[in-house]
Design a protein around this ligand. Structure first.
Ligand SMILES: [Fe+2]
Length: 250
């Protein structure tokens, strides 16, 4: 699972690193969060197609997916492009998909936290219901929990322990070093981190971020430019039991 692609630098890093990383690690299945790929906010159809062509089997998102409205029809019609599932009824798109690849059945769930974010429906009940159903059907269940708050993310990890194979947080753009296997066999990390420029403030130019802090004026954030780095986790999962055997940070 690869963390939030931020702007052109993130797209560049994905282009340069993902296929060789897949080759080197032997990864069978790749999930990439793309909600900040296009100019730092949102996802264009063109960038979505590129992310898929670079090797993503499923593209997840979060609160910024609504920023580029051209993606809405794609969200409706494309089974492997996800938006968080816990939005009210009638919102375009879907938050769960299933993919069978090389005979292995994968399910991906994308959810959004409620703390310090747009208030969505309850992600806990929604994720658990879907994960239980899919696990019973024999799917390896991977969860991208797009959320701000570590407490909320850790709680969801334990709530899905033994049901989901992997629960990975996204959204903060800061990679956490708490990757682990929970007692029931679920792989977990609070945040995958950002795929983008190393020297940045959650993906934006540091000078603008400092000016915002000094003045408390919400100057428009500008996406940081430079050489990008890829971040995420690699997990080894037992296909039969759905349990994670190892997890490491990228
Ligand atoms: Fe986000």
């Amino acid at each position: 699972m690869v963390g939030d692609i931020s702007g052109e630098a993130g797209m560049g890093a994905l282009f340069l690193s993902l296929s060789s990383l897949v080759k080197k690690t032997g990864a069978d299945f790749v999930v990439v969060n793309g909600e900040n790929a296009s100019g730092g906010f949102g996802l264009t159809v063109d960038d979505y197609m590129k992310i898929r062509s670079y090797g993503a089997d499923v593209v997840t998102s979060g609160n910024h997916i609504w920023q580029k409205s051209e993606i809405l029809p794609q969200l409706e019609g494309d089974s492997v492009l996800l938006r968080p599932l816990n939005y009210p009824r009638g919102v375009p798109g879907h938050g769960v998909c299933t993919v069978t690849k090389n005979g292995v059945r994968y399910a991906v769930i994308n959810a959004q936290g409620r703390t310090d974010l747009v208030i969505a429906d309850d992600p806990f009940t929604a994720c658990r219901g879907e994960a239980e159903k899919l696990r019973k059907q024999g799917y390896i269940v991977l969860v991208d929990f797009h959320a701000e708050n570590a407490q909320e993310k850790e709680a969801l990890g334990f709530y899905l322990d033994g049901i989901a194979s992997l629960v990975a947080g996204t959204h903060t753009h800061v990679q956490t070093m708490d990757e682990k296997i929970l007692p029931g066999g679920t792989g977990y990390i609070t945040d995958l981190g950002m795929t983008g420029v190393q020297h940045q403030v959650i993906g934006s130019r540091s000078d603008v971020a400092i000016r915002r802090q000094l003045t408390q004026v919400p100057y428009k954030s500008e996406v940081a430019e430079g050489r990008g780095e890829i971040r995420g986790v690699l997990a080894s999962i037992d296909a039969a039991s759905g349990k994670t055997l190892s997890i490491s940070r990228i």
